[in-house]
Design a protein around this ligand. Structure first.
Ligand SMILES: [Zn+2]
Length: 281
């Protein structure tokens, strides 16, 4: 009986959806418009890997939201910063970076978990929290750390937790009897995320789409220069207002890191369309 119930849990939505997973977007990402994009990251700056794409999507009439799980209240080499100060700095920097991309401040959501400890949080509570935001925002496209394709991908702490929490939340959000209080008490409705752009920071073997960010490199570079406490001069000795030369250096560092493919600046992703059940296939 248990096996049958488990099988139904898998087969029924497959029949309902009625098609197999796709690994190429029907419309090239550069031509997307009118979509709701939700990026889930662990830290303020995880979205920086995708800033060219986010700026492009925002400029093309999509609605971009960034949901960050931790406040980033730990990652510093400055011995004088408290957790409170760092969390406030990270929020300010993230909002400044998103503003450079044209993304409004109220499209940034921080769920307030502690930096560095995400995998030790109550997983059910975190998934419930993410499910609530998925049901609120009803994204057509979910961007997240890639949990791995046919294997569990290793990421550093927080990133690996965020990868699986996002995938698990995408799956839970479509089941109306999971976290049903959100539906019966909060006026939300179940939601199945149909498309995914999965990102990764160092290993690009599983990528299957590359977004041409030619027109958005400057925005990406300018946004990066807002992360003063994470890169450049603020890492060891934070100051809110770095010198012009220091900002220039941060921009140069960022520009040097832009990836090139076929002579064009790009950001790469693993695109997936289909049921969240098969996200890793
Ligand atoms: Zn991170």
């Amino acid at each position: 009986m248990k096996v049958l119930r488990c099988m139904l849990f898998v087969i029924v939505p497959l029949l309902a959806w009625g098609r197999s997973p796709q690994h190429t977007p029907e419309v090239p990402i550069e031509k997307w418009s009118g979509k709701t994009i939700m990026l889930i990251g662990a830290h303020a700056d995880d979205d920086a890997l995708s800033h060219g794409t986010l700026a492009l999507l925002e400029a093309h009439g999509n609605h971009v939201y960034v949901v960050t799980l931790t406040t980033g209240n730990v990652g510093t080499q400055d011995p004088n910063l408290s957790r409170m100060q760092l969390a406030e700095i990270r929020r300010k920097e993230e909002l400044a970076a998103l503003a450079e991309l044209g993304i409004p401040g109220d499209h940034y959501v921080n769920l307030g978990y502690d930096d560095g400890l995400l995998e030790f949080e109550d997983r059910k509570a975190v998934v419930e929290n993410l499910v609530r935001w998925i049901r609120k925002l009803r994204p057509t496209v979910l961007m997240a750390w890639d949990p791995g394709k046919n294997y569990q991908r290793w990421h550093k702490s927080d990133h690996r937790a965020a990868a699986y929490l996002a995938a698990d939340a995408a799956r839970a959000a479509m089941w109306r009897l999971l976290f049903e209080g959100q539906i019966t008490q909060e006026g939300l409705k179940e939601w199945m995320v149909p498309e995914y752009l999965l990102y990764n920071d160092y290993d690009h073997d599983d990528e299957n789409v590359w977004v041409d960010i030619s027109d958005f490199v400057d925005k990406k570079v300018n946004a990066f220069s807002k992360y003063i406490s994470q890169y450049g001069p603020g890492w060891k000795n934070y100051k809110a207002n770095p010198s012009e030369a220091e900002v220039r250096q941060m921009k140069e560092d960022s520009r040097a890191r832009v990836r090139m493919k076929d002579g064009k600046p790009v950001e790469g992703f693993r695109y997936y369309q289909g049921l969240p059940d098969a996200l890793g296939k």
